[in-house]
Design a protein around this ligand. Structure first.
Ligand code: GLN
Length: 452
């Protein structure tokens, strides 16, 4: 049914870069046979999922929506996808993203933009726009994305689905193509919070192949979903609601959601995170710095795209690498590499990179202080609903602002979720963001589930 749906709607939505129909049918048949034989089935048996194309899938092209990796077929499987297939989930295909996950609209893909299923003239958000759109369009039951500065939560909000960024280190990054290693985290998209909890259950947990993956035991995420939330303290971050660029419809809808939590017995508390709005400036030093180091591996030699040879005699190794990068990387990726290389260069590293690390600590301390008095923080996920395609073309700073409200949770390593909370006058979905302390996913999911 989902493959038929993909055939019907994906020519418009363009959520998928590749559909693995044959493998999906074979997997589904195998599971049907096991069920008929009365075998005990694993927890996600037969559940059709879509996977962002920056997660390595053995024997299946993994492009990061970049010419650089257009023909790259990984010889290994990422830890998260390996766990999904062992749990019986079925791969439907690989989804579109902004090139190397750098963007907020899925427009920087080298293989064409994705569209918002609610209105094809609008972007689905990004960078995991393909995964969000696939769930929203009914092309799959759930999907995986990655979130470095908002790339799961912002597209979830633009597409009217649930998107969860777990605590940094809760989920293994092994086999996720690295963008900014201290910020990247894999997480699920789904239609309901309960589904997100089930997907997290399977992908979370220790992995000896990722040294930053936490050893903390994985709790039963479904166990507490129905426990009443009366008495919990919900903090509204003042700085988020005072934003100049905050769409009044978004503000009204998120405040109405807060009132609904109050009706469920939560206490609403006004909190201040004075450094919250410094998140963007901090992120756009740290993320490009880490990206410039991570993307140094694409040199035209080891793997990935290599430019055609130049004039005989004129072409050394350095020139070949330079041409491969100029032709293999798109404009936004090149911009990030240049910003990062500059911020890390001798003479600037103290003024930019180290300063950004200091502000990052201050942002984390703001959160720590808030969690001394509240259980969960509430903000809009994005200042606006889905913007029109091309709206920010040629204006990278305007595009960067789309992640104003999501970036601080990445900088502090905190779990955060986006849940649909209404529609604007054009019928575009609005999302609210909930944030809790480190490893408090059970409480985060419980509040989100009870709200939903
Ligand atoms: N939009 C942000 C960026 O362009 C975040 C991307 C992400 O979370 N991968 O870097």
């Amino acid at each position: 049914r989902h493959l038929a749906r993909i055939t019907a709607v994906d020519p418009t939505v363009h959520a998928f870069l590749e559909v693995t129909a044959e493998r999906a049918r074979a997997d589904a048949d195998r599971i049907d046979a096991a069920r008929a034989a009365g075998e005990t089935l694993p927890p996600l048996a037969g559940i059709p999922l879509a996977i962002k194309d920056n997660l390595c899938t053995k024997g299946i092209r993994t492009t990061c929506s970049s010419r650089m990796l257009e023909t790259f077929v990984p010889p290994y499987e990422s830890t998260v996808t390996d766990r999904l297939w062992r749990a019986g989930a079925v791969l439907l295909g690989k989804t579109n993203l902004d090139e190397f996950a750098m963007g907020s609209s899925t427009e920087t893909s080298a293989f064409g933009a994705s569209r918002n299923p609610w209105n094809p003239d609008r972007v689905p958000g990004g960078s995991s726009g393909g995964s969000a759109a696939a769930v929203a369009a009914g092309e799959c039951i759930g999907a995986l994305g990655s979130d470095t500065g908002g790339s799961i939560r912002q597209p979830a909000s633009f597409c009217g689905v649930v998107g969860l960024k777990p605590t940094y280190g809760r989920v293994s990054r092994w086999g996720l193509v690295a963008f900014a290693s201290s910020l990247d985290q894999v997480g699920p998209f789904s239609s309901t919070v309960a589904d997100a909890a089930e997907l997290l259950q399977v992908i979370a947990g220790e992995d000896p192949r990722d040294a930053t993956c936490l050893r903390a035991p994985v709790p039963d995420y479904a166990a507490d979903l129905e426990t009443p939330i009366a008495g919990l303290r919900v903090g509204l971050i003042r700085e988020c609601f005072d934003q100049e660029g905050l769409d009044p419809a978004v503000k009204a809808s998120v405040l109405a959601a807060a009132a609904q939590l109050e009706a469920l017995g939560c206490e609403l508390v006004d909190v201040s995170c004075p450094r919250f709005n410094d998140g963007i400036a901090t992120y756009y030093v740290i993320a490009p710095s880490e990206a410039s180091a991570n993307l140094a591996r694409y040199d035209g030699v080891k793997y990935g795209f290599r430019a055609a040879p130049g004039e005989p005699g004129s072409d050394g190794l350095a020139a070949m690498t330079a041409r491969s990068r100029a032709e293999g990387f798109g404009e936004e990726v090149q911009r990030r590499i240049l910003i990062g290389t500059y911020a890390l260069s001798a003479g600037y590293v103290d003024a930019y990179y180290r300063k950004a690390q200091q502000v990052r600590t201050l942002i984390r301390r703001d959160f720590d202080r808030s969690f001394e008095t509240v259980d969960v923080l509430l903000t809009p996920t994005s200042p606006t609903t889905a913007f029109p395609s091309g709206a920010h073309a040629g204006d990278p700073l305007a595009m960067y602002l789309a992640d104003l409200l999501t970036i601080p949770a990445n900088l502090a390593g905190l779990p955060a979720i986006s849940v649909p909370c209404g529609f604007d006058a054009q019928g575009l979905p609005i999302g609210l963001q909930l944030i809790t302390g480190v490893l408090e996913e059970p409480k985060l999911l419980r509040v989100a589930h009870q709200y939903e």
